[in-house]
Design a protein. Structure first.
Length: 116
């Protein structure tokens, strides 16, 4: 399955295979990392500074730094230096592909079953 982008002039996003999906879900498999991703998703495309994420999640700086590195390595967030600050952003395309990986099979067996 290929999930198209909102602009037909852009290349189509490649679908995830099961190994890539498992790695992505494993990366958000802890409450702390999921809280970070949710904070970044809520913030939108502008992202958040590390201090803003820390304020929203209540995590200690060293713990947050560990989780941010883990999420960045999994491709679920991006980070960019902006002056003295580091801005983290949700990798919306990758997150969309993760959700699509699950949803592409939604009710597939139900559609095949005869009505009772």
């Amino acid at each position: 399955m290929v999930i198209s982008t909102s602009n037909d002039n852009l290349p189509k996003a490649r679908a995830l295979d099961i190994e890539e999906a498992a790695q992505g879900f494993a990366a958000i498999g802890s409450e702390a990392r999921l809280a970070v991703v949710l904070a970044l998703v809520k913030a939108g495309r502008g992202g958040l500074s590390v201090g803003d994420i820390q304020e929203r999640t209540g995590m200690a700086a060293s713990t947050l730094a560990h989780h941010l590195r883990f999420l960045a390595a999994a491709g679920l967030i991006t980070q960019e230096k902006a002056g003295r600050a580091v801005i983290s952003r949700a990798a919306f395309d990758h997150l969309d592909r993760l959700a699509g990986f699950l949803m592409k099979e939604c009710c597939a067996e139900e559609r095949r079953s005869p009505a009772t």
